[in-house]
Design a protein around this ligand. Structure first.
Ligand code: ZN
Length: 341
């Protein structure tokens, strides 16, 4: 049996067909599906873009095409999969299998994603929020293995994540807890995709960093200090990061400022949950110390001293696979092992 999340496509790996689960993770920009076992071994996967402009029907259709493509690469039929786990963005009800709303997917309202997928593919299907899926994966197979109290922070276009209390995902009364990206940091701050002002993800995410850079490029266009080479329309978090690495002072300044906003949120989470570990993942976290050193510094200034010193900051270990693996684990747990081995 392989350890960790190693990709494995050899025929020998498929002896456990009856224990295989299809995990699906879809968001506003990408769809990832993978066949995995409960130990996090991935046997085949498919990655494609989300046709977000095609509404719920078009997106779910593409999700099903991705799932079928994954199964085809392994010569599996849906009936050979024991269950399907689906991670979706936004307010998700795991009991009803409905995505109520999603800031990343315009026009989505009360979409019965679980039943739409189950009707088309067949196996029993389970739905959960993508932040909770990533949290479940990191807490079970990743950086927070064996950690009882932790907070997972996924830094990307927005900020996702989740909360683990006594080793279990904290879901709240209806399954909507853990929306850490929408804690208010500045009541008069920039408008968030959720409709409120000054949310953490409106100030400390990749899109917040991009917005700040675009604003500064426009405001400061007549000044000499501009070494940032990009046209404002082409600014991305990655191009800002590369510019900072190349010595661009403005890029470094804005990344550090984004880091300080990040640290304000860290301090709030540390004071509220007194976690043993903060797991930091998502594409933006690959900026490393440029972003995270000012964040930890700010958190240290603001959090209670004892709580701050009790927490370890750890990088996420599962990368892009955390969502699909969490979805698969969720399905495994909900369904229970039908084929104990
Ligand atoms: Zn918000």
């Amino acid at each position: 049996m392989q350890e960790g999340g190693a990709v494995q496509t050899g025929p020998d790996g498929l002896n456990t067909k009856d224990a295989l689960i299809l995990g699906i993770d879809f968001g506003g920009t990408k769809i990832l599906s993978a066949v995995a076992d409960r130990n996090g071994n991935i046997f085949g996967s498919d990655y494609r873009k989300t046709p977000a402009d095609q509404g719920p029907e078009g997106v779910v259709e593409e999700v099903i095409r991705s799932a079928r493509a994954t199964l085809n690469t392994l010569s599996l039929t849906p009936s050979q999969i024991s269950a399907i786990g689906v991670a979706a963005p936004g307010l998700v009800n795991p009991d009803s299998g409905i995505v109520h709303t999603s800031p990343n997917l315009a026009g989505w309202k009360d979409v019965p994603v679980r039943d739409m997928i189950r009707e088309r593919l067949g196996p029993e299907t389970f739905l959960l929020n993508d932040g909770n899926a990533g949290t479940l994966a990191e807490a079970t197979l990743g950086a927070a293995r064996g950690v009882s109290e932790c907070v997972y922070v996924a830094l990307g276009t927005g900020i996702g994540g989740g909360i683990v209390i006594r080793g279990e995902i904290y879901e709240g009364s209806r399954g909507w807890a853990g929306e850490i990206g929408h804690m208010a940091i500045d009541m008069d701050g920039p408008l968030c995709r959720c409709g409120a002002r000054g949310c953490w993800e409106a100030l400390a995410s990749g899109s917040a960093l991009e917005r700040q850079m675009k604003r500064r490029l426009v405001e400061d266009s007549g000044r000499e200090r501009l070494s940032f080479p990009e046209h404002p329309g082409k600014v991305s978090a990655r191009s800002i990061y590369l510019a900072a690495l190349n010595g661009d002072a403005l890029a470094a300044e804005l990344i550090a400022e984004t880091g300080r906003y990040l640290g304000v949120g860290f301090a709030n989470l540390i004071n509220i949950f007194n976690p043993e570990m903060m797991v930091i993942g998502g594409g933006l976290s690959t900026m490393g110390d440029l972003l995270l050193a000012p964040a930890v510094e700010e958190a240290k200034k603001r959090a209670f001293r004892r709580s701050f010193h009790a927490v370890r900051f750890a990088p996420a270990e599962l990368g892009l696979n955390s969502g699909v693996l969490g979805a698969a684990l969720f399905a495994w747990r909900k369904q229970g092992p039908r084929h104990p081995r």
